[in-house]
Design a protein around this ligand. Structure first.
Ligand SMILES: *[C@@H]1O[C@H](CO)[C@@H](O)[C@H](O)[C@H]1NC(C)=O
Ligand SMILES: *[C@@H]1O[C@H](CO)[C@@H](O)[C@H](O)[C@H]1NC(C)=O
Ligand SMILES: *[C@@H]1O[C@H](CO)[C@@H](O)[C@H](O)[C@H]1NC(C)=O
Ligand SMILES: *[C@@H]1O[C@H](CO)[C@@H](O)[C@H](O)[C@H]1NC(C)=O
Ligand SMILES: *[C@@H]1O[C@H](CO)[C@@H](O)[C@H](O)[C@H]1NC(C)=O
Ligand SMILES: *[C@@H]1O[C@H](CO)[C@@H](O)[C@H](O)[C@H]1NC(C)=O
Ligand SMILES: *[C@@H]1O[C@H](CO)[C@@H](O)[C@H](O)[C@H]1NC(C)=O
Ligand SMILES: *[C@@H]1O[C@H](CO)[C@@H](O)[C@H](O)[C@H]1NC(C)=O
Ligand SMILES: *[C@@H]1O[C@H](CO)[C@@H](O)[C@H](O)[C@H]1NC(C)=O
Length: 638
C-alpha cells in the first residue's frame, strides 16, 4: 500500500479506513464517500470505492449491471453498445466477487492493484509447493544427440472473426472493426473498405487463417506436429456468447486445423470462453459455468490427444499426453487460473492452488521424470507477465525449478508479441549459470498487433531441446497482400544471434539453452542496434518505434523474468484507452508490456479515476435515485 495514499486518505472527512486498526468503524453515506475520494486516485480511495461497489453489488446483479453500464457510457470508455454488452457479461461476475470480498483485505488490495492500478502489489504469500521427491543431485539438461532434427510448428492467437466482412468499415470506433455494425459500415457504403485478407484494426478473416495453414503445409511439409497456444475466438468481447464461442472453437479445431494438420496440441486461451476470461475454479459456488467450454475443447482435442487426456481437459482445460513419435510428453495447462482478469480468482481467501492444477502438474512432471521422458510445457499466458498474479507465478516457478532438467522448454502466446521469458534459479543473481528455463512466446496470427506470423522449431529428436527457430510472416503492407498474401522467412534465432555471441553458437546441433538466451539479453544491453532490431521484430516489423531508456531497461527486465514479481511492470492507473483511435495510440505507446488482450472494460473505466467516480455519482442518482447515495455504510465492511 502506498504510504502517501494512506496519509492523503486519512485526511479525508467522514471515511477513515486507516482507523480500522483501532476497531472504530466510521459510518458515512455513499454520497460522502464518493465525494471524498473523487479527486484522490490512491490505494485507500480505491478500497473505499470497493465499499461502495460492494453496497451496490448487494442490491443484486441487475442494479449493479445497470449502474456500471451507465458509468461506462458516461465516462466515455466505449461505444454505448460495447459498454452494455461488456458489462452485462463482466458485471455479474464482478458483483459476485464484491459480495464475497472483505474490505480491507489482501484480496481487496490486489483487486485495486491489478484492475485499477492504484495499490502497490501485495507481497507474495509464502507457500512451499509439495513435491513427491527431492530434485536428484545429478539432474541436468541432456546434451544434444546430433541426430537429424524434427520440425515442429508453433502458432498462436489466431482470433478468427467469422463475422469479418470484406468491404466493411475498417475504421470504426469499436475495439475491432471490419464488421457491418451499422448500415454506414456496410460494404459499398463505407469510405474505409476492408480488404479480403485482413486489416490491423480487425481480427483475422477466415481467408487469413486458411492462407497461413496452407503456407505451413507448403513451407514445412515434414513438420512432426503443430502446437497452438490458444485464443481462437475474436475480440468482440461485448457480443460473444456460448453459441458463438462453441461454433468458433469447433470451426478452428475441427474444420480448419483438422483439415490441414495431422496432429495439433492446443491450450485453453482466455478468449476461448464466454464471458471472456471467465474460468471459475472448481471450488467457486456459482451458476455461471465454463464447463461447456471445457466440454467443447476436450471434444475437439480428443482426435489428437485421445480420450484419457481429453477427460482431464474436460475437468479444467489442461492435459498431459505422450507424443507417440518420440520420448516426449506434452503438458498443456490452463493459465486462466492465474490470470488477473479472471475475476473469479478474487476470493475471500484466495486459493493457493485453484482447481488443484499445480498439484496435478507436479504429479505429471514427477511421473515424466521417473519415466525419463522429456516434457514440453504449454500454456496461453506467459507466467512471468504483468497479467499473472505474483503469488501463483511464484508457486509455478517452484515447480519449474524443481523439474528444470525434465522440461525442455515452455511455450506460450497471449501477448501477441515476439518475445521470451527466462527463469533463473536465483533472481538476484541472474547469469548464464543461473538461467534455468526458456519460455518461448509466440506472436499472434491476428493482425491487430503486427504482421501475422508462425514459427518452426528445429528440435533434437532425442532430447527435444530447441536447436533453432525460424519465424515466417506475411507482410500486410505489401501491395499484393490483399490479392495474394505470401509467407516468407522473417528470421532465424540462431542465424540472428548465434554468431554475435562470445563464444559464437552456430553449430546446427547446439541447443538454444537458457544460458544462450541469457547471453542474448546481455548482447541486447551491450549492442543497442541488436536490441532495436529485436524490438522491431516484436511486432514483426509493423509500426516500429524506438525503445530506449526505461523502455529498454524494462524490456530486458521482462525478458529475464519468468516469475512475475521480478518483471519490473509498474503499477499505474492505465491510460484511458478507449475506442479506435486511442487503441491505436496505445499499441504504439512506450509501454512494451501492455497486454492488448482481454483487458476488462471495468478496469479501463477506472483508469481515469476521478472521471469514473464522478460518473458513478451521476449513474447511481439516475438509476437508483438519491436514496442509494444517502445510504449509510461502514467505511469498512467486514
Ligand atoms: C542420476 O542418478 C541415478 C541414480 O544413480 C541414475 O539412475 C540416473 O540415470 C542419473 N540421471 C542422470 C541424468 O544422469
Ligand atoms: C478514420 O476516419 C477518420 C474520420 O472519421 C479519419 O480522420 C481517419 O484518417 C481515418 N483513419 C484511417 C486509418 O483511414
Ligand atoms: C521431407 O522429407 C523427405 C523424406 O524424408 C525429404 O526427401 C524432403 O527433402 C523433406 N522436405 C523438406 C522440405 O525438408
Ligand atoms: C449469440 O450471439 C449471436 C451473434 O451475436 C446471436 O445471433 C445469438 O442470438 C446469440 N445467442 C444467444 C443464445 O444469446
Ligand atoms: C542468490 O544470489 C545472491 C546474490 O549473489 C546471494 O546473496 C544469495 O545467497 C543467493 N541465494 C541463493 C538461495 O543461493
Ligand atoms: C554465455 O556467456 C558466458 C560468458 O560470456 C560464456 O562463458 C558461456 O559460454 C555462454 N554460454 C552460451 C550458451 O552461449
Ligand atoms: C513490408 O512491406 C513494406 C512495403 O513494401 C516495407 O516497407 C516493409 O519493410 C516490409 N516489412 C517487412 C517486415 O519486411
Ligand atoms: C438524500 O439526501 C438529500 C440531501 O440531504 C435529500 O435532498 C434527498 O431528499 C435525500 N433522498 C432520499 C431519497 O432520502
Ligand atoms: C457497521 O459498523 C457498526 C458499528 O461498528 C456495526 O454494528 C454494523 O454491524 C456494521 N454494519 C455492517 C453492514 O457491517
Amino acid at each position: 500500500m502506498r504510504i502517501s495514499g494512506l496519509l492523503c486518505f486519512g485526511a479525508l472527512a467522514g471515511v477513515a479506513l486507516a482507523s480500522t486498526e483501532t476497531g472504530i468503524a466510521k459510518r458515512s453515506t455513499i454520497s460522502e464517500i464518493l465525494t471524498d475520494i473523487e479527486d484522490d486516485a490512491t490505494c485507500a480511495a480505491c478500497e473505499a470505492l470497493l465499499v461502495v461497489l460492494q453496497a451496490l453489488a448487494h442490491l443484486g446483479n441487475d442494479d449493479f449491471v445497470d449502474v456500471i453500464t451507465e458509468v461506462c457510457i458516461l465516462a466515455g470508455v466505449d461505444d454505448d453498445d460495447v459498454c452494455e454488452g461488456a458489462i452485462a457479461r463482466e458485471g455479474p461476475i464482478l458483483a459476485h466477487d464484491l459480495r464475497n470480498m472483505d474490505v480491507p483485505s489482501k484480496t481487496a488490495v490486489l483487486f485495486c492493484t491489478t484492475i485499477f492500478g492504484l495499490c502497490d502489489y501485495p507481497a507474495v504469500a509464502e507457500y512451499t509447493v509439495d513435491f513427491p521427491s527431492a530434485k536428484p543431485a545429478n539432474a541436468s539438461r541432456p546434451t544434444s544427440s546430433g541426430e537429424t532434427p524434427l520440425q515442429i510448428v508453433h502458432i498462436s492467437d489466431i482470433h478468427v472473426d467469422l463475422s469479418y466482412e470484406t468491404g466493411a468499415n475498417y475504421n470504426c470506433t469499436k475495439p475491432i472493426c471490419c464488421r457491418p455494425y451499422t448500415s454506414s459500415d456496410d460494404p459499398g457504403v463505407t469510405d474505409y473498405p476492408a480488404g479480403e485478407y485482413g486489416n490491423h484494426n480487425c481480427d483475422a478473416p477466415l481467408t487469413l487463417e486458411e492462407s497461413m495453414y496452407s503456407a505451413i503445409n507448403d513451407l514445412v511439409p515434414n513438420a512432426s506436429f503443430v502446437i497452438f497456444t490458444g485464443d481462437v475466438v475474436e475480440g468482440a468481447v461485448w457480443l460473444v456468447n456460448e453459441t458463438e464461442v462453441t461454433n468458433d472453437l469447433n470451426d478452428a479445431y475441427n474444420s480448419r486445423m483438422a483439415d490441414y494438420f495431422d496432429l495439433v496440441y492446443g491450450v485453453t486461451g482466455n478468449h476461448d470462453c464466454a464471458p471472456v476470461n471467465s474460468f471459475p475454479p472448481a471450488d467457486i459456488d456459482t451458476t455461471i459455468s465454463s464447463q461447456w467450454a471445457y466440454d467443447t475443447l476436450s471434444s475437439d482435442w480428443s482426435q489428437w490427444i485421445g480420450s484419457t487426456a481429453a477427460s482431464t481437459a474436460d475437468d479444467y482445460g489442461a492435459y498431459s499426453v505422450k507424443y507417440s513419435g518420440g520420448n516426449l510428453r506434452i503438458i498443456s495447462f490452463n493459465t486462466n487460473l492465474y490470470y488477473k482478469e479472471n475475476f473469479w480468482l478474487y476470493e475471500k481467501t484466495m486459493e493457493k492452488d485453484p482447481s488443484g492444477q499445480l498439484a496435478w502438474l507436479v504429479d505429471e512432471l514427477s511421473a515424466a521424470e521417473t519415466a525419463g521422458e522429456r516434457v514440453w510445457l504449454m500454456g496461453h499466458m506467459p507466467m512471468g507477465s504483468g497479467d499473472t498474479f505474483h503469488d501463483a507465478s511464484n508457486y509455478f516457478n517452484q515447480i519449474i525449478q524443481r523439474y528444470d532438467a525434465t522440461i525442455a522448454a515452455v511455450f506460450y502466446g497471449h501477448t501477441h508479441k515476439d518475445e521470451f521469458e527466462l527463469a533463473y534459479s536465483n533472481y538476484t543473481d541472474q547469469s548464464a549459470d543461473t538461467a534455468s528455463m526458456m519460455s518461448y512466446i509466440m506472436p499472434a496470427m491476428t493482425p491487430t498487433s503486427g504482421n501475422p506470423a508462425f514459427r518452426v522449431y528445429s528440435v533434437d529428436p532425442v532430447t527435444f531441446g530447441v536447436l533453432d527457430f525460424t519465424e515466417y510472416i506475411t507482410n500486410m503492407s505489401s501491395s499484393t497482400y490483399q490479392t495474394n498474401p505470401t509467407w516468407e522467412k522473417y528470421y532465424s534465432a540462431k542465424e540472428t544471434y548465434g554468431s554475435l555471441l562470445d563464444p559464437p553458437v552456430t553449430d546446427s546441433a547446439a541447443e538454444l539453452t537458457p544460458a544462450f538466451w541469457h547471453n542474448v539479453t546481455v548482447l541486447f544491453e551491450n549492442d543497442d542496434s541488436v536490441f532495436q532490431d529485436y524490438y522491431a521484430r516484436k511486432s514483426r516489423g509493423w509500426d516500429v518505434s524506438e525503445c530506449t531508456g526505461d523502455c529498454k531497461t524494462d524490456e530486458i527486465c521482462q525478458l529475464r523474468a519468468a516469475e512475475s514479481q521480478y518483471n519490473c511492470v509498474e503499477i499505474t492507473p492505465g491510460i484511458s484507452f478507449k475506442k479506435r483511435d486511442a487503441i491505436t495510440t496505445r499499441d504504439t505507446s512506450t509501454n512494451p508490456r501492455e497486454s492488448t488482450c482481454g483487458e476488462s472494460v471495468v478496469g479501463q473505466m477506472f483508469s481515469s479515476f476521478d472521471n469514473a467516480v464522478e460518473a458513478l455519482i451521476k449513474a447511481t442518482e439516475t438509476k437508483l435515485g438519491s436514496g442509494f447515495l444517502n445510504t449509510t455504510v461502514n467505511a469498512t465492511i467486514s
